[in-house]
Design a protein around this ligand. Structure first.
Ligand code: C2E
Ligand code: MG
Ligand code: MG
Length: 672
């Protein structure tokens, strides 16, 4: 093919040749017409005139032709120059465009951002970063692929399309060549690509951010220790279940509220790491006995909840409760010890009026009721429970407040004598706590001691009892001396210690402080601990009791016969006295199992070198029988009911002037 300039020269030459030929032809025609016109119109011209005329006409014609030629050539030259200038400009522009396109390609290709160009849903260009993002080696291999096959909107699964042109970042999912779907965000603008309208989309891989976001959301709704849903997620699920209940006929839902029994002592005795292991194990076990559609959640501390969706019947719910108990009771080995986990469970069946808060509260109320009735119990919510709980919570608050200054809050001690069965002589007095409540009146320990133990106020309260009883002991010492009686026969005081006090590490120091403050003689102070408490934590309890014994106080096992003591342990404990529980004393006068048990306890006491006290002696027959069995001491309404300190002092004075056998104890106004 000829170059452009050569083609133009050839065309010019041809045009010029045609112009010359035309000019020659025109001149010939002109000459012919001129000669013909001269002959026709001026036939009489002389030769000179004809020549002169031809010369004049030729000169004029030449001048005109020259003029026209000059004008025309000038025009031709001008248009040639213009054309050349235009061509040069165009060439420059084309060159600049080619440069700019090359630069653009270089920039886009090298861009770390993933960029694709697409038109009417078909990929036209994919840069290297976009190829990497989509998991292919070469972006060119994706050209021609439809965007709908690769891009999906994150939520609606709508594909990236030409309609989606937006400079705002929007989230999509990309299907990579390896089949994995990754999260991306994309922004698009309209461009012209290869002279056609197209869309340029910039993509960013946000899968890492999405994973972090998902983890944050998960953490916000799950308990880190057990991995179970937390309270917020649980309430959300309950809300959904309740809205289904309102929409769907025959749909039922139930919430179980679980609180581990005595979990605090696991933490206190085995440490928090062990406590955490127990909680994690509880979570696993709860999941293992519930269905896939149920939700097991940890609400906090040792509280768990289960949402049972569509249980078939109440019986099925109760069967699940039983399964929970069985699963929890399986021994769990922690720090070399086998723990049996127990829980109190509240059950609340949802009604159409419930919302998540009320349903959870009802289950909580039922759990509270279950806990009050002992360990490993369950209770089904009943509206009347709520009122009782409100009252109990009020009492709890009052008890906490009262423990700060027990005397001011109306707490007082009453004393019940303990007498020698053979002689009737007074041996000691047991200090028993009462609460003269400003509105409830005189309250016995059953109404507040279990609660005080549960909420921990028994510890300061028990310390107050100990100090108060020791102080009273010293008052009686003065009384004894004034009456001129043998100081060796001064009755001692017995004080009840609760399990919580015994578990408290500072108990020995507390007892020491009480003795020091009141200057009470330790040999006259007896600390009573119930049999079940002693047997609970043998090694730690043994250590505490040994230290207490070193202070010089006496130790008694209260309510003996009810706690299934192991004799080998009993031998190890540094105790002085066994108190036979009232339940065996009651039937001791009738021959039967009670008599046999009382006899065994008395024999056991004498074998181990311990003295025995029978509790709750109410009549002479019981007293005589116990004396016959060889029981050393007795306590009960037969001798005296618990009395306030002043009445007990009067009682002591009476018995100091007359032997117990002669003492006709008047019915005392101060009997409590
Ligand atoms: P406990 O230590 O076994 O106290 C004996 C209980 O038997 C007392 O009941 C007493 O009033 C009652 N009782 C005594 N003789 C008779 C009788 O002949 N017939 C009948 N039916 N009952 C009799 P109370 O005072 O209601 O105390 C009950 C329990 O409360 C006590 O049992 C003790 O475990 C606990 N308690 C009382 N005061 C305190 C205290 O200051 N601290 C602690 N931790 N527990 C206390
Ligand atoms: Mg007692
Ligand atoms: Mg007792």
């Amino acid at each position: 093919m000829l170059p452009e300039s050569e083609r133009r020269d050839t065309a010019d030459r041809e045009r010029r040749g045609r112009a010359t030929l035309l000019a020659c032809l025109a001149a010939a025609v002109w000459m012919f017409l001129y000669e013909a016109a001269k002959q026709a119109f001026l036939p009489n011209l002389s030769a000179w005139q004809s020549h002169a005329m031809t010369i004049a006409v030729s000169a004029c014609t030449a001048a005109i032709v020259t003029y026209v030629a000059i004008i025309r050539q000038a025009g031709i030259l001008r248009s040639l120059a213009d054309e050349q200038a235009l061509r040069a400009t165009l060439e420059l522009r084309q060159e600049a465009l080619a440069h700019s396109e090359a630069r653009y390609r270089l920039l886009v290709e090298a861009s770390p951002e993933a960029i694709v160009v697409h038109s009417v849903g078909v990929l036209l260009y994919v840069n290297a970063a976009a190829a990497r993002l989509m998991g292919v080696a070469d972006g060119g291999s994706l050209v021609g692929v439809t965007t709908g096959d690769m891009f999906f909107a994150a939520e609606s699964e709508r594909s990236l399309s030409a309609d989606d042109v937006s400079p705002e970042w929007r989230e999509y999912r990309v299907l990579r060549s390896d089949g994995e779907r990754i999260d991306v965000e994309a922004a698009s603008v309209n461009i012209t690509y290869a002279a056609r309208p197209a869309v340029q989309t910039v993509l960013r891989d946000i899968s890492h951010r999405k994973v972090l976001e998902a983890r944050l959301i998960h953490d916000a709704f799950h308990d880190p220790l057990t991995g179970l849903p937390n309270r917020a997620l649980f309430c959300d699920r309950v809300t959904h279940a309740l809205s289904r209940l309102q929409r769907t006929a025959n749909y039922t839902t139930t919430v179980l509220f679980l609180d581990l029994d005595d979990f605090k002592s696991v933490n206190d005795t085995l440490g928090h790491a062990a406590g955490d292991r127990v909680l994690a194990a509880v979570g696993d076990r709860l999941c293992s006995v519930t269905r896939e559609c149920d939700t097991v959640a940890r609400l906090g501390g040792d509280e768990f909840a289960i949402l049972l969706e569509e249980p078939e019947s109440r019986d099925e719910v109760l069967a699940i409760v039983t399964r929970v108990y069985t699963a929890l009771a399986a021994p769990l080995r922690v720090n070399g010890r086998d723990l049996a986990i127990a829980a109190s469970i509240g059950v609340a069946f949802a009604t159409a009026e419930d919302n998540a808060t009320t349903l959870l509260r009802n289950a909580d109320v039922a759990m509270y009721e279950a806990k009050e009735s002992g360990t490993s119990r369950h209770a089904i919510y009943d509206p009347c429970m709520y009122e009782a709980i409100v009252q109990r919570l009020a009492l709890e608050a009052e008890l906490r407040e009262a423990a700060l200054d027990p005397a001011a809050a109306g707490f007082l001690l009453v004393y019940q004598p303990i007498v020698e069965l053979s002689s009737g002589n007074i041996r000691g007095l047991e200090a028993l706590l009462r609460w003269n409540h400003p509105t409830r009146g005189f309250t016995t320990p059953d109404a507040f001691i279990p609660m005080a133990e549960r909420i921990g106020t028994i510890v300061p309260l028990g310390q107050w009892v100990l100090e108060e009883a020791c102080r009273q002991l010293e008052v009686w010492r003065t009384l004894w001396q004034t009456a001129g009686r043998d100081p060796r026969s001064l009755p001692g005081v017995s004080v009840n210690l609760s399990a919580k006090q015994l578990q408290k590490p500072g108990l020995v120091a507390d007892v020491q402080r009480a003795l020091r403050l009141t200057k009470a003689g330790p040999d006259r102070v007896t600390l009573e601990v119930t049999e079940s408490v002693i047997m609970q934590q043998t090694e730690a309890t043994l250590d505490t009791l040994t230290q207490l014994k070193r202070l010089g106080v006496q130790l008694a096992i209260d309510d003996f016969g009810t706690g299934y003591s192991s004799l080998s342990y009993l031998q190890k404990f540094p105790v002085d006295i066994l108190k036979i529980d009232r339940v065996f004393v009651e039937g001791v006068a009738r021959s039967g199992s009670d008599l046999a048990l009382a006899r065994t306890i008395v024999m056991l006491g004498s074998t181990l070198g311990l003295r025995t006290i029978a509790e709750g002696i109410e009549d002479d027959k019981q007293r005589e029988q116990l004396e016959l069995l060889g029981c050393d001491f007795g306590q009960g309404f037969l001798f005296a009911k618990p009395m306030i300190a002043a009445a007990a002092s009067a009682w002591l004075q009476q018995t100091s002037t007359a032997g117990f056998g002669d003492t006709a104890v008047e019915p005392m106004a101060a009997e409590c």
